[in-house]
Design a protein around this ligand. Structure first.
Ligand code: PBG
Length: 327
């Protein structure tokens, strides 16, 4: 055969394949989501997320240390309070669970980069991401509380805040409140393109944050829409978002690729709880190879164009990178 162009030439051996690799990754682009609950001496496995735990402030150090040793230096805190109320006061309490975790981590792990999820749903008795007016989530009244939450996180030692509520105008509200209080250098990573997704199921179980009535479709996006995601991303950049997140990851990598063309800020992709649990379940049944699937899904997010990848597999992935399995 007289074939001039043979794409297989560049696939002939491991050295060459690595030389021409288009997507390169390292552990500094990984963020690990960490659940912290009230109480002490507890490390409890999350039933729908095998291998993931709810820690208390005094037990989380074990996980932070192993992450750091693996080269994962960024974490995102999710709080699980004991008490919830209508207005989610635990979210912005000076001694709330995330604020306590931040102070402790700041002291014990000064090298770690501490990010917080800013939302009301883990703290409201009704489980919605904002305060209610009847059965509606009241956008404008929620903004003040989100800004207050972000400020209390910054005051407790957060390096970056990440609003995940999907209220309109929250990035601008948070930016101006942080600035007024001198936190001009605290970046905002906005969950700008967040879809109403069944992939959050195990998380809601982990955090006890499922809405007590209705769903989140009046604030999170309809998964049939793509242009609307670009609109959300552009809007948040205009409001001052430093990083734009697309969430979930796996079924939404088209959005990562599109938004990559539209904005000039870093893009994060969040591989959510349902993605984690599906891989765990499939592997436990012997249907798929856990390690290979984790590597392939992580690489696909970076290939789509994200700069940052949030994943419950962060420590495993860092290990695979060290072993040269991906990266
Ligand atoms: C809070 C929040 C959620 C997730 C991140 N922040 C839950 C939700 O919106 O219902 C999901 C994370 C995951 O599933 O891993 N609003």
């Amino acid at each position: 055969m007289n074939l001039t162009i043979r794409p297989r030439r560049l696939r002939s051996g491991e050295n060459l394949r690595k030389m021409v690799r288009e997507t390169r990754m390292d552990p500094s682009s990984l963020i690990y989501p960490l659940f912290v609950r009230e109480g002490s001496g507890i490390k409890e496995e999350i039933p729908t997320m095998p291998g993931q735990y709810r820690y208390t402030v005094d037990t989380m150090g074990e996980k932070l240390e192993s992450l750091q040793n693996a080269g994962v230096t960024s974490v995102m805190f999710f709080g699980i309070p004991d008490a919830k109320d209508e207005v989610g006061s635990g979210a912005y309490a000076a001694n709330g669970i995330v604020q306590q975790a931040l102070r402790r981590a700041r002291k014990d792990f000064p090298e770690m980069y501490l990010i917080t999820d800013v939302c009301m749903c883990e703290y409201t008795s009704h489980g919605h991401c904002g305060v209610l007016h009847g059965h509606e989530v009241d956008n404008d009244r929620t903004l003040k509380l989100l800004a207050q939450t972000a400020l209390s996180h910054a005051e407790a030692g957060a390096d970056m805040v990440a609003p995940s509520d999907m209220m309109d105008g929250r990035v601008a509200a948070i930016r101006s409140t942080l600035d007024e209080h001198g936190f001009i250098n605290t970046p905002i990573m906005s969950y700008a393109v967040k879809y109403a997704s069944a992939f959050y199921g195990p998380f809601r179980d982990a955090a006890g944050s499922a809405p007590s009535f209705g769903d989140r479709k009046s604030y999170q996006m309809d998964y049939h829409n793509s242009r609307e995601g670009i609109k959300e991303a552009l809007l948040d950049v205009e409001e001052g978002a430093d990083i734009i997140m697309v969430k979930p990851a796996m079924s939404y990598l088209d959005m990562v690729a599109k938004i990559r063309q539209e904005v000039h800020v870093p893009i994060a992709s969040y591989s959510v709880s349902g993605e984690y649990s599906m891989i765990k379940a499939g592997a436990a049944l012997g249907y798929i190879d856990e390690e290979k699937i984790i590597c392939e899904t992580a690489a696909s997010a970076f290939r789509a164009g994200c700069d940052i990848y949030l994943t419950y597999f962060a420590e495993d992935i860092a290990g695979y990178m060290a072993e040269g399995k991906i990266g």
